[in-house]
Design a protein around this ligand. Structure first.
Ligand code: PMP
Ligand code: GLN
Length: 386
């Protein structure tokens, strides 16, 4: 038989699937994969039930039939309104927003839409695993820059030294998974200067935009001059604790969004229609919800961080996201450590070497997810104390 696509066949199972499976197999408390172990808000789920029930009321645009490929207009309008309200950013709902199956699809479509084989793309490591896979499928040359623990800063000279005329794009994830870092305006301005000088795009993955604990999120596109070269990606998975709904989007300049939509059109065509209807309504009503949402996650962060410190972990307090990194003791290895933790303490976490391709830094750290019930976090800390 002729060989299959060698890039795709070499992909390994995602570390998130691997660790969740191990947690289930060993009956361990799962603080590995990033998803809440509690349900999303009932009022949002009720909106979806309502949309499902009304599935056939609208004839050929019935809510249980295909949605328009770029996303239903009310959802694009709600997304646009929120960018305006929260960040004073204008995205035209008609042609500067495309709704995708989660941020993951938006990332894939953006990579396919922007990258020609051989183009170079800067990625900060540790990185969310789908960046590498999407870039490889698009034929990019991935150029990693390591964020250095414990503050996860990058070396400006190192960054400048790898950028050249072939640099097509830089991927920025802010707030950052897995480190919980929020990039400073100084860091983003440095990236901006390089982007202007070398004319590259910025894919800004902002799925944790509402999970910032001490400061407000600043979208990359709101920095002077960056809107025209930034693709802003987000998702309702984290904000509403409904990761299984997979409602995400990309916003940006019209020509770029058209190209991203061209890819989306021929990969999935559209996103689950009734869930879009529900999300369009939910996004309009999120102000009150967000206050409780942030407080709830801040409490979880503080509980986990102080619990881990008590147990003796060198844990770093995250400024955003629902993850916390812990630095292991000299000589410990992340994979061995995670295996031991599952077997001996019945707690599953993520070995962070999976998020690096250049540096060994990851083999000295593990990631804890605190998007979990208070009871789950309490039990995990109890287990770790044993
Ligand atoms: N980007 C980052 C940084 C993530 O952590 C995740 C997943 N949790 C995604 C993108 C994917 O988001 P979605 O589930 O909406 O596809
Ligand atoms: N983003 C989530 C995490 O970092 C997992 C996403 C996934 O499982 N694909 O854990």
């Amino acid at each position: 038989m002729k060989p299959l696509n060698h890039i795709v066949t070499e992909f390994k199972e995602s570390i998130f699937s691997t660790m969740t499976k191990l947690a289930i197999d060993h009956g361990a408390i799962n603080l590995s994969q990033g998803f809440p172990d509690f349900d999303g808000p009932k009022w949002v789920i009720d909106l979806a039930k309502n949309a499902l029930d009304q599935g056939h009321l609208l004839g050929n645009v019935g809510k249980n039939q295909y949605a328009p490929s770029p996303g239903i207009l009310p959802l694009r309008e709600a997304i646009s309104k929120n960018y305006q309200r929260f960040y004073n950013l204008d995205f035209d709902p008609s042609n500067e927003i495309v709704v995708t199956n989660g941020a993951t699809e938006a990332i894939f479509c953006a990579c396919m839409a922007l990258i020609n084989p051989g183009d170079e793309v800067i990625v900060f490591e540790p990185f969310y695993d789908s960046y590498l896979a999407s870039l490889q499928m698009a034929g990019a040359k991935v150029v990693p820059i390591t964020l250095l623990a414990p503050h996860f800063t990058f070396d400006i000279n190192e960054l400048a030294s790898v950028i050249n005329s072939k640099t097509k794009m830089l991927i920025l994830n802010n707030p950052h998974n897995p480190t919980g870092k929020i990039f400073t305006p100084k860091e983003i301005n440095t990236i901006a200067e390089l982007a202007f000088k070398f004319d590259f795009y910025i894919l800004s993955d902002e799925v944790y935009e509402f999970l910032t604990f001490e400061q407000s999120h600043i979208p990359t596109a709101s920095y002077p001059g960056l809107k025209e070269r930034t693709i802003t990606i987000s998702s309702t998975g984290k904000t509403f604790g409904l990761t299984g709904w997979k409602i995400g989007w990309a916003c940006g300049p019209k020509e770029i969004i058209k190209a991203i939509h061209n890819v989306h059109q021929f990969t999935t065509f559209c996103v689950a229609h009734p869930l879009q209807v529900a999300m369009a309504e939910a996004l309009e009503k999120m102000d009150d919800y967000l206050i409780d949402f942030k407080n709830q996650y801040r409490k979880k962060r503080d509980f986990l961080v102080s619990g881990l410190k008590e147990v003796g972990f060198n844990v770093l307090t995250p400024a955003g996201t629902y993850f916390a990194m812990a630095i292991l003791k000299e000589g410990e290895n992340d994979i061995e450590f995670c295996k031991k933790l599952i077997l001996e303490k019945k707690v599953a976490v993520i070995p962070t070497s999976a998020f690096y391709i250049k540096s060994n830094e990851g083999s000295n750290m593990v990631r804890f997810c605190f998007a979990k019930n208070d009871e789950t976090l309490k039990n995990a800390i109890e287990n770790l104390k044993r």
